[in-house]
Every structure is written in structure tokens, then in C-alpha cells.
Design a protein around this ligand. Structure first.
Ligand code: ZN
Ligand code: ZN
Length: 244
């Protein structure tokens, strides 16, 4: 399988950028993980909307969901013109309720509720969810196929499930919104690059891919900080493909 980074900005999109969105491609199967602003436009470089097998929403913060609210018009229109005949399968947490209700629109999405330890098989890709620690209900996702593992933290602070989520992963996609300097003066509900690297080391992953960057932070600072703990680290680049 491969991972294509569609958007890597945390909280809001910087100039010419997009918020969280990651396309998993395995043969003809396309799974979109998170759907922040800018993501649907970019996803169509790689697949048609009607060819999305499923969308997984790690949590219902708008920087991970906002394009779901324009995608629903796309699906509705395609229903009308009969170029699509079934809803898109969407995995999402049940809360916050008002955010979840926004996804229940004219049956364009076939919603399945995520819970901790839930396991689903999507076209041969085994997906397991792990509860994270963030101000809203949030799940990390571990995808396995043919002995290869991709783990994604979503948004979180350090918690016990991170090690299980990331254990021996070939590619560990971790948020690193902050640097240690930022964390020392604030209590934002996110990981620093150093904390992500500490998890990578503890969980014995092969490669760490940092993402969910704060637009105004110098990117090289994330890399510098993580490299002091874990050498196999890269910064997620938009439109770049990563083989797992
Ligand atoms: Zn976020
Ligand atoms: Zn969040």
C-alpha cells in the first residue's frame, strides 16, 4: 500500500496549503483518512470521488472534517445525475454530537461509529482503532496488509495507547504540531516532534513521518528536534507518495 499526503497543516491551512488528509492506495482501493479543507480537490488528482472505498475521520475537529461538508454536495449531485448510486462509507466517532449530525445529510454518507479497539477489514486492509487523548473523541488508526503496517496518531497528547498503535510499524505517521519550546510555554493538546520521536523509538518503528504542522513554525525545527531521539525521520510533504 502507499500513503499520499494531501494536506499536512494543523488547525488551519496556511497559504496554498491544506489541512489533514491522507489517501491510502492499495491496488484499485482508495481510502481517505481525514478530510480537512482543501483535501477533496487534491484527492481528485489521484482518484474519482465515486472510487473512494471509504473515508475514515479520526475525530470531528474541523481541520479534519471541513471538506466533508462540500463533498456531500458532490455526492448529492452525482446521485441526481445517476453517476453515483450508493453513499460513501464513512467511519467516524459519535461525538461531538453537533459535528456528527452535520454528516447525516440526505444519506450521502453511510456512517459507522468508531470505538476503541474496533477492527474492520476494508478490501483486504485490516484497520484497527485506538482511542487517543485530545479535547474531543479521537482515534488513532493502524492499517495492516501483507505484514506491512501503517500507523497514524491523529491528534493527541502522549498516552498509553500510542505504543500499541505504533508497535513495529513500517511507517509511523505522527502529528507533531508543537516543538518542545512551544509545549514548555503552553498546554496545547498535541505532541511535540520530540515526543513523536520518543514514541517511534519505544515502539520500534522503521520510519517516522511527521505531520500536522503549525503553519508559522519553521519546518526544519521539527526535523532537528525529532532527529535527536530517532534517526529515521521525515517531514510529510504534500503530494508526496510514501510506500509502506
Ligand atoms: Zn488537527
Ligand atoms: Zn484535533
Amino acid at each position: 500500500m502507499k500513503l499520499i499526503v494531501l494536506g499536512n497543516n494543523g488547525s488551519f491551512p496556511g497559504r496554498d496549503s491544506a489541512c489533514s488528509g491522507y489517501l491510502i492506495q492499495d491496488g484499485t482501493t482508495n481510502i481517505l483518512i481525514d478530510c480537512g479543507n482543501g483535501v477533496i480537490s487534491r484527492a481528485q488528482r489521484y482518484c474519482k470521488i465515486e472510487d473512494l472505498e471509504a473515508i475514515v475521520l479520526s475525530h470531528l475537529h474541523r481541520d479534519h472534517t471541513s471538506d466533508m461538508f462540500v463533498l456531500r454536495y458532490a455526492v448529492e449531485t452525482k446521485f441526481y445525475f445517476k453517476t453515483m448510486d450508493k453513499p460513501i462509507t464513512v467511519y467516524a466517532p459519535s461525538t461531538p454530537e453537533e459535528e456528527r449530525r452535520g454528516l447525516e445529510y440526505n444519506n450521502v454518507y453511510n456512517l459507522t461509529t468508531i470505538y476503541d479497539t474496533m477492527e474492520v477489514n476494508i478490501k483486504g486492509l485490516s484497520c484497527k482503532f485506538f482511542m487517543m487523548n485530545h479535547p474531543v473523541e479521537t482515534y488513532g488508526l493502524r492499517i495492516e496488509k501483507d505484514g506491512k503496517v501503517l500507523s497514524y496518531t491523529a491528534d493527541t497528547i502522549v498516552n498509553d495507547n500510542l505504543k500499541k498503535l505504533a508497535a513495529n510499524a513500517d511507517l509511523f505517521l505522527s502529528e507533531s504540531t508543537a516543538t518542545e519550546k512551544v509545549l514548555s510555554t503552553s498546554n496545547i493538546p498535541h505532541l511535540s516532534a520530540k515526543q513523536a520521536a520518543e514514541v517511534a523509538k519505544l515502539a520500534n518503528v522503521k520510519k517516522l513521518l511527521l505531520t500536522h504542522f503549525w503553519y508559522e513554525e519553521e519546518r526544519s525545527n521539527y526535523l532537528k528536534e525529532a532527529s535527536t531521539v530517532f534517526p529515521e525521520v521525515l517531514l510529510a510533504e504534500e503530494f508526496k507518495e510514501y510506500e509502506v
